[in-house]
Ligand binder design. Structure first.
Ligand SMILES: Nc1ncnc2c1ncn2[C@@H]1O[C@H](COP(=O)(O)OP(=O)(O)OP(=O)(O)O)[C@@H](O)[C@H]1O
Ligand SMILES: O=P(O)(O)OC[C@@]1(O)O[C@H](CO)[C@@H](O)[C@@H]1O
Length: 310
């Protein structure tokens, strides 16, 4: 079974307008309400790619109900822990630029955290646990380390797509896959990453530390894949970018869906990139036919040492 876990879900209130002026009254032309939060996006895309998953996490209030009902209508199983508080609404403003205002995640009690631990206790060897999105600062890092350690002990594939201090601390739990963008990768090491060569350098440090598969997404500039002794780059397809929210999550879903079917990390990398772009080119998350259509445009190429000046 695939479990995604979102500590801080959201409703993504996505507003399209031609021009946005800070400090003025703006009127949007089109608005959408999507359930959001990275793990939830991963589950929604997995479902569109024909893979069943169960959504774990913390939600509450009328916004929590909206998220649960939306996912239910899409046939996605949810098992949220009730926070008793209104789940955040994240505002995404789309003009020729993308501006985001994300709310704070929930404040969780020890009893609520314990409920999550119990859900993880029933997972089996070979299951997938995808921890994605921001992790509330009020939750001690040791809690996440314990979750990761349980996955490691029980041969559960642990996929990590988060940022901030917890990401750095969880790397030693030898995740199966991590997918930072170049800024998140740079944050781990306190550096700026601007080139593929730099991205490979730091991705390799993570591989040497025990991460099995590292994918670094670099938006429209492509993506890189590193594993033990293996370094590949991928281009991204060309197209009109409509909404990149969830494109990184779609990459994760595409990778996992393909990996489960073919057990081939390079094929999974390519499918993941096509999935990310298929989401970037539409308002909501990608559908499988979009991914299949873009797939021939994605080429994965070995990265050669001579390319270090790239
Ligand atoms: N301009 C673009 N053109 C084509 N594909 C894109 C573009 N921007 C993003 N993508 C696709 O989405 C993937 C993930 O993008 P990005 O590096 O922005 O991830 P991210 O920062 O984790 O995204 P998010 O947090 O918004 O989900 C890219 O690897 C690519 O496949
Ligand atoms: O505040 P976080 O947890 O870092 O990110 C949350 C979020 O921006 O990420 C998703 C896109 O990846 C959105 O659905 C959601 O609003």
């Amino acid at each position: 079974m695939i479990y995604t876990c979102t500590f801080a879900p959201s409703i993504d209130y996505t507003a399209y307008l031609t021009h946005f002026e800070s400090g003025a009254l703006n009127r949007s032309e089109e608005v959408y309400y999507y359930p959001g939060g990275k793990g939830i996006n991963v589950s929604r895309v997995l479902s569109r790619l024909g893979m069943k998953s169960r959504v774990l996490g913390f939600a509450g209030g009328f916004t929590g109900h909206f998220i649960e009902e939306f996912l239910d209508a899409e046939g996605i199983e949810t098992d949220f822990i009730d926070t008793g508080a209104i789940t955040r609404i994240n505002v995404k403003i789309k003009t020729d630029q993308e501006t985001e205002l994300n709310g704070p995640g929930p404040v969780l009690t020890d009893a609520q955290l314990e409920q999550l631990t119990e859900k993880i206790a029933v997972m089996q060897a070979g299951d997938w646990f995808i921890l994605a999105g921001s992790l509330p600062p009020s939750v001690p890092t040791q809690f996440f380390k314990d979750l990761a350690a349980r996955c490691q002990e029980r041969a559960i594939h642990f996929v990590l797509d988060t940022s901030g201090p917890a990401l750095e601390e969880l790397l030693d739990s030898k995740p199966f896959l991590i997918k930072p963008n170049e800024h998140e990768l740079g944050e781990i090491f306190g550096v700026d990453i601007n080139t593929e060569a730099q991205a490979f350098h730091y991705a390799n440090l993570l591989v040497n530390r025990g991460v099995e598969h590292v994918v670094v997404s670099m938006g429209g500039a492509g993506a890189i894949y590193a594993s033990r002794g293996i370094r590949y780059t991928a281009n991204v397809p060309k197209g009109k970018v409509v909404n990149t929210v969830g494109s990184g999550d779609s990459l994760v879903s595409g990778f996992i869906a393909s990996y489960i079917q073919h057990n081939d990390p390079l094929q999974a990398f390519r499918y993941g990139v096509a999935s990310g772009s298929a989401t970037a080119f539409r308002s909501d998350l990608c559908e499988q036919p979009d991914v299949e259509r873009l797939l021939p445009e994605v080429a994965v190429t070995p990265f050669e040492e001579k390319d270090v000046t790239k």
